[in-house]
Design a protein around this ligand. Structure first.
Ligand SMILES: Nc1ncnc2c1ncn2[C@@H]1O[C@H](COP(=O)(O)OP(=O)(O)OP(=O)(O)O)[C@@H](O)[C@H]1O
Length: 611
């Protein structure tokens, strides 16, 4: 159960998120929002009026047989009664429509802002599992229509107006009626709100399991996973895992529902007991001759209406509270302050001349292991640098730090003698192309996979084709029905699938097309056959002839082409120099080179003995 300070904190966050949503709605749809509020106010005045009308109607019908004038009055009252009921439902429908329109716009704006933030937030945040919970909650705020909080609050205000009107009607009968009704409804409302809060807390506990279940669920519709399932016969393992997670999530969710059933049943009991009490009181009034039949019927309607309204307010408050928690998570992301790698930094870069690591040490967030330790390294314009080292030695991490994706734990990285933290990162990236080992294969067209831009004029298409030519994909493109507009997935009409090596070329073509002075390749040839590998290295060599390049590779042979080879072991630079120098010192690089060349050395008697 939340303590008072937690409740206060949630409440103040709720006010903040509520104000934010309200401002956004008013900014996007001022007129519609005004109309919505006006219509809500109008329909909130209807219930007391309908109750009063009902009383008059019943009273006139009850004397219709003794007074013929009452026939006309009854028909007029009946017509008004049904017209108002009709008006009530039509206005409710119109209000739903208006709010859907408002929701679409506001959710669009919010989602756009959220995506911008997801892109700008430093990668270190994505190392923290609780950040994924915040992301999940933020998405629920949009998918689950967090903006509805405003609708709910307005409907609560409308309900209060209705209730005051109905209370007025009750008060005209007896002063104790509205007070008794209010206090007997209140416990029910409190229980409903508590149930929602408890439900949310329980839901938060389910989140990590739900994520794993979602991931596992997705495996069964992924083509490459299905292939592995068949080959490794891992079907029953995955089904068991899925079944375990499904049951775990189901049990937790069922216990949430059980709690809700219990609390809501209790709330309903309180409401019904109060209803019974009020009804008995009314019957006694009739018994004493203090009430007419019409007043009795009207009052019963009022009692039911009031209970409905309070039940509704309770439900709405609960929803508001629940959705506000999602909205608070959304605001947390939207208000995230991007301090690092800012786009607004003044220090502009035109051309990368040097990248210099000074005593650079790095640990991934929430770990103490130094993945890079005391790295000192300068890469100068035009240089071709290769980074080699065993798996997990820190090569990709070094590249990520060069790219400013992670901040060092200590030490400095300077670009053209300026601290990387101070340079304008957008400018920096304009001068860099990167091909990661795990680059994204977008299920979009070939053209979109290469140019990442909405401007696709003829000139751009010509350049894209030239880039494809440089990576020897031009012939392949000519076989595509839709040419550059062919989707690189069979899931789309006329789409085509590419092999791993062809995708690698697409990634290379992206870099060629971007035509920057600085190129980074992280394990560029992992998916290639030996001939294609040689071809790609030659291609890359040609592409990067007049450029600065940093290549991370497990293939030692092609590093011969580099001006400088850097050997990393456990996060430290242990050797550095030209191919000839490193071979002459007979250190780690020499060992790695020999180990790989033995596979190809048919003369060697100990070809497979790695020393
Ligand atoms: N996001 C992360 N969080 C925590 N540790 C990480 C993360 N990414 C990598 N590491 C760890 O950092 C170390 C270096 O990883 P890195 O990917 O830089 O190695 P690498 O030399 O590129 O390896 P490979 O040759 O296998 O690609 C590894 O021990 C790895 O487990």
């Amino acid at each position: 159960m939340e303590d008072t300070s937690d409740f206060k904190k949630s409440f103040s966050l709720f006010i903040k998120s509520q104000t934010y949503f309200l401002k956004l709605i008013i900014k996007e749809h001022p007129k519609l929002f005004f109309l919505f509020s006006l219509l809500t106010l109008f329909i909130s005045l209807l219930p007391p009026f309908i109750i009063y009308l009902n009383k008059e109607l019943i009273d006139s019908i009850s004397i219709i047989s003794s007074n013929s004038n009452m026939l006309k009055t009854s028909i007029i009252l009946l017509s008004i009664f049904f017209f108002l009921n009709y008006l009530d439902s039509v206005i409710n429908l119109i209000n739903e429509y208006i709010f859907s329109k408002i929701s679409y716009t506001v959710n669009y704006v919010l989602k756009s802002l959220l995506i911008d933030k997801y892109i700008a937030i430093p990668l270190k945040e994505y190392e923290d599992s609780s950040f994924y919970d915040t992301i999940g909650l933020s998405n629920s705020a949009i998918d689950g229509n967090g903006v509805k909080v405003v609708q709910e609050v307005i409907s609560i205000i409308g309900s209060m107006i209705s209730a005051i009107g109905i209370f007025g009607t009750l008060l005209s009968i007896h002063w104790s009626l509205p007070i008794a009704l209010f206090f007997s409804s209140l416990p029910g409302i409190i229980f409903l709100v508590m149930a929602k809060q408890k439900g949310f807390d329980m839901q938060r506990e389910v989140s990590p399991d739900e994520r794993e279940l979602g991931f596992t669920d997705g495996l069964f519709v992924n083509r490459s996973v299905l292939k592995e399932i068949k080959l490794f016969n891992s079907g029953s393992f995955l089904i068991n895992k899925w079944s375990y997670l499904f049951k775990k999530v189901r049990n937790k969710k069922m216990s949430i529902q059980k709690w809700e059933v219990k609390t809501q049943s209790f709330a309903a009991l309180v409401l019904q007991i109060s209803s019974l009490g009020v009804s008995i009181f009314l019957v006694l009034q009739i018994y004493r001759g203090d009430l007419s039949i019409g007043s009795y019927v009207a009052l019963l309607t009022a009692v039911t209406a009031i209970q409905g309204i309070f039940g509704g307010i309770g439900g709405s408050l609960g929803n508001v509270f629940e959705t506000a928690i999602y909205n608070n998570a959304l605001l947390k992301i939207l208000n995230y302050k991007i301090n690092n790698t800012s786009d607004n930094n003044e220090k502009k870069l035109v051309d990368i001349q040097t990248i210099c690591f000074e005593n650079a040490t790095f640990s991934y967030p929430k770990t103490s292991i130094k993945v890079l330790e005391n790295v000192n390294l300068t890469i100068t314009k035009g240089e071709k640098v290769s980074i080699v080292g065993a798996n997990g030695s820190g090569k990709t991490t070094l590249v990520n730090c060069i790219l400013g994706l992670y901040q060092l734990t200590s030490g400095k990285i300077k670009v053209n003698d300026i601290d990387i933290k101070e340079i304008n990162i957008t400018d920096y990236y304009k001068d860099i192309s990167v091909i990661f080992q795990d680059f994204t294969k977008y299920k979009y067209t070939l053209k979109e996979n290469i140019n990442f831009s909405n401007e696709t004029n003829d000139l751009a298409e010509g350049e894209i084709f030239e880039s494809l030519k440089k990576v020897s994909l031009d012939e392949k493109v000519l076989t595509f029905k839709e040419g550059l507009n062919t989707y690189l997935t069979k899931e789309m009409p006329n789409g085509s699938e590419l092999s791993g090596g062809e995708w690698q070329r697409v990634a290379l073509a992206r870099a060629v097309y971007k035509n920057t002075n600085f190129i980074v390749l992280d394990e560029p040839t992992a998916a290639l056959d030996p001939i294609a590998e040689l071809e790609i290295f030659n291609m890359f060599h040609n592409i990067s002839k007049d450029k600065t390049s940093v290549t991370v590779s497990h293939r030692i042979g092609p590093t011969k082409l580099s001006d400088r080879i850097i050997v990393i072991e456990k996060g430290e630079i242990v050797e550095e120099g030209t191919f000839n120098y490193l071979m002459s010192t007979k250190g780690l690089y020499y060992k790695m080179y020999k180990a790989q060349s033995k596979w190809y050395d048919s003369e060697s008697k100990q070809a497979l003995t790695i020393t």
